[in-house]
Design a protein. Sequence first.
Length: 437
Amino acid sequence: MNVGSTQIEISLASRGRRLLFLTAVGFVGLLLAAETVLAGFVLSFDSPSQARWLLRFDSSDPQLQYQLGRTYEDSDRAESVYYLRQATALSPSSRRYWTHLGDDCESLGDTQCADQAWDRLLALCPMVPLYHWTAAQSYLRANRLDDSFAQFRTLVQLDPADYAVASWNSLRAAADPDRIFDQVARFSSPAVQAGYVDFLAARGDSEADAAYRIWKRVAETSGGFPLSAAQPYLERLIGDQRFAEAIGVWQDLERLGIVKAAGSDAAENAVFNGDFEQFPLNAGFDWRWSDRLSYLAVDFSAPAAYHGSRCLRIDFAASRNLEYEPVYQIVPLEAKHTYRMTAYVRSDDITSDTGPFLRVSDTAQPASFRDALSETTVGTTSWHPVHAYFTTGPETQAVRLSVWRPLGRVFPTEISGSFWLDAVSIEMVDPEALRRQ
């Protein structure tokens, strides 16, 4: 019996412990389920009454305080701010809570509260551009320009690709172009500064003078930057027919070594890189070419040059009767002057009655002088000179010098073969001397 009793007592004790364990597990499960349900309510309630009811369970839950604040945003901003303050106090490292608190405080005109929120966000995440943007915009709306400038300055340094233009757009109504440059742009890289110049130029004549004035400051103080940074501004000046300023920018780029001066050309030659001794930039006042060269092959480094070690070669790779202008250059010239264009060319089996010409056209619209054409080149020829004479009109500031092949009119109309070009020059001449020749 005793042995049996002992065995029964052990069995009952073991079962009791097991029952106690299962009860504890069930209780924990119920707590977790309650927590899950409560969390679901926190995330899903859509009225203040629901939220206040939930606060009875846990008023120290920052998420609950935050959600309650959000439900008041459309109906009572003051209440919203109250609960968002509770949320930030309970969870001072939550960027989301501080962001909404700052927005709501600002909507109420409570600048002290909003400033506290932005300052806290910047302290939490000093390298996040969005928070500098938010703070800068807030300070700008409050007419706190110095504080706004400081935030925009940091913002443009952190992320110029996404925020530079947006920052300058925001500041335009509050400050003049020079002040924006002094307070924000000049603290960034020279490439960003050049981008600010182009931003001003894109606004048209009203900002064009300021753009060039600031460009000169950039060029004088900068140690250099890639051509791609200055190219948009340079191309805009050329496209807007502001050639005096474009020439000034081009000369600055040469002085800084960003554009390599074509030193082999004679000083009186207006054509840049006329010997093709350096690969063209496809920009500014250097040679340009089209990306769509159907049935053509263009080589700017062809050997066996007339002068120097390189020349231009154009291969008409497929026999077609098409108009071509594969290569051209914008050449600044003076108005109402007479010029002589000279180049050396050769050819190999150029078919059709109309081979390549060199053409000079006025960039002014309407044109103030008729196109000037050199002699054409057909068949197979050795190096020989071609010429064209023209007198610029009263509105001429620059000309377009190009290799041009018009449509053929007489059989055979299709063109094929190869054409070489070198030693291209445009020089001013005395019209009286020409008449005496």
